[in-house]
Ligand binder design. Structure first.
Ligand code: AMP
Length: 116
């Protein structure tokens, strides 16, 4: 894990070099709206530190994962959401396009399973 990758889009969002529509942030995580929403509500939760994907998380990251899910839970509660999906893509073949760990929260429409 590195603190920051200057070439990473989401690291640049964390420090405000690229604007984002933020819903919540603290010393560990930032939550903002996805610029290309795939559902009426489409939110991303990211760590401030640069972690390329869930595949690079370690046993030391328990507090960070709890912070990410806590932030998503808080945003969902604020929005009055009861039905939603949280997903993370690992690797380009699974749909990952930004290589900084992020959890998508999707809601506001019927979500089918299995996903495409
Ligand atoms: P993934 O394809 O799982 O890596 O998800 C990356 C997500 O980041 C996509 O849903 C994009 O729409 C979203 N995204 C890319 N650039 C931005 C941006 N500048 N602000 C907000 N979301 C973005």
């Amino acid at each position: 894990m590195t603190e920051r990758d200057p070439n990473c889009l989401f690291c640049r969002i964390v420090v405000g070099e690229i604007p984002s529509d933020r819903l919540l942030e603290d010393d560990r995580v930032v939550v903002f709206r996805d610029v290309n929403p795939q559902a009426p509500t489409h939110i991303l939760a990211i760590p401030r530190v640069h972690v390329p994907s869930a595949a690079e998380l370690t046993d030391e990251d328990g507090d960070l994962i709890a912070a990410l899910f806590g932030a998503l839970r808080a945003v969902a509660e604020d929005a009055g959401l009861h039905d939603y999906r949280i997903v993370t893509n690992v690797g380009a073949g699974a749909g990952q396009s930004v290589f900084h760990l992020h959890f998508h929260l999707l809601a506001g429409r019927r979500l089918t399973w299995p996903p495409g």
